[in-house]
Design a protein around this ligand. Structure first.
Ligand code: CO
Length: 181
């Protein structure tokens, strides 16, 4: 396993379409291992192959859950050639991206998604995702089509700007929620 370099906003690779995976070989396994190690190292919730310069339809997301002892743990979900086959609901929240360090955009997403993908061996699986996982899945799938938070959000804000907006909204009796990705 190895850490890969995460490309940042401005790199044209981030705006390109990724190609489907056709060979489920050692090279794919290495890529998946590296994506997992890199996203963990960066404290992210997901990472897509184009973000490390590989234009293939591959991404990982973290599925966080609470154990019986109240500990927060997570599992890495590997997605190869993923597709959203059903979705519903609508939630607008702030989200970030490892390719846009320190920036966040308010983005409308489906509340839940039914995902169809392949695992590292090529086996098809489906996954129903809600909440943060559903948001992470949609965010990573966008990367595979060259779509980033810059395309999805009307504007991008720094942490400090969002804090100001949240304070202002609270003082007006509204509520804004933010999440990091
Ligand atoms: Co991202």
């Amino acid at each position: 396993m190895a850490l890969r370099n995460i490309l940042h906003d401005g790199d044209t690779t981030l705006t390109k379409q990724s190609r489907p995976v056709t060979e489920f070989n050692q090279r794919l396994h290495q890529l998946l291992d590296d994506l997992a190690e890199t996203v963990e190292d960066a404290n992210g919730l997901g990472l897509a192959a184009p973000q490390v310069g590989v234009l293939r339809r591959v991404a990982v997301v973290l599925d966080e859950f609470e154990t019986e002892d109240g500990e927060i743990e997570y599992e890495i979900i590997e997605m190869v050639n993923p597709k959203i086959v059903e979705c519903g609901g609508e939630v607008t929240r702030f989200e970030g991206c490892l390719s846009f360090p320190g920036l966040h955009g308010e983005i409308k997403r489906s509340e839940w998604v039914l995902l169809q993908a392949q695992d590292r061996l090529g086996n098809e699986f489906t996954l129903e995702a809600n909440g943060m996982l559903a948001r992470a899945v949609q965010h990573e799938l966008d990367h595979l089509d060259g779509v980033t938070i810059r395309n999805n959000a009307p504007a991008l804000y720094t942490e400090a700007q969002i804090d100001d907006m949240v304070d202002k909204a609270r003082s007006e009796g509204k509520d804004i929620e933010g999440e990091n990705r």
